[in-house]
Design a protein around this ligand. Sequence first.
Ligand SMILES: O=P(O)(O)OC[C@H]1O[C@H](O)[C@H](O)[C@@H](O)[C@@H]1O
Ligand SMILES: [Fe+2]
Length: 207
Amino acid sequence: MLREPVTSVVDAIAGGMSGNTGRYEKRLSDLTGLYADADAHEALVRSTSDPVVYDVEDFKPGTHSGDLIYGVTRMNPGRIGREYFLTRGHIHAKADRPEIYYGQKGRGLMQLESPEGETRIVEIGPQTICYVPPFWIHRSINVGAEDLVMVFAYPSDSGQDYGIIENSNGMRHRVYATDTGGWELVENTAYTPRSSEIARGLMKTYA
Ligand SMILES: O=P(O)(O)OC[C@H]1O[C@H](O)[C@H](O)[C@@H](O)[C@@H]1O
Ligand SMILES: [Fe+2]
């Protein structure tokens, strides 16, 4: 089937884009269990109106392997204790599917973790393209003082597996604010590494 071309105009300030087929929002209370300081998270949910902390608008042409889903993620700035606001994070359900992010506004990090538990951090600012290669678990973190806005694109049949992070009690590292306004990586003390059998299973290539 021949598909018609599509354009979307990205709102680099407010996030979102025209021509989207979907949108979802995550509120602070949707992120229970993600942060090291669960009490601080609960206190912030109770003392605020449980704001939307990130939203995603995307265009999904379908689920065919040769198609691309693209869209815009916008994230609030903020912290839970010393830990910067983040997305849930996932590995692609078809783990060999990659993703591209393109920074529009703000200062962010892409936190990546390999199946065997190696961490990589990539800084993303405006006009920065980040390539997330196949097999890496990935999560976005807003380490700036303003909204973080990023465009993304990934194969339509990728899917998202959120359980991989839950099963290891989070990602191996957390990103904390330093006293001087920067960030540092701290070990997640609850982290349970994946067995080498599970790690090897994830690295199988899909057709
Ligand atoms: O899906 P989350 O881990 O909550 O992250 C939020 C969003 O981040 C990126 O923009 C991905 O490309 C989206 O597919 C994802 O949904
Ligand atoms: Fe992804």
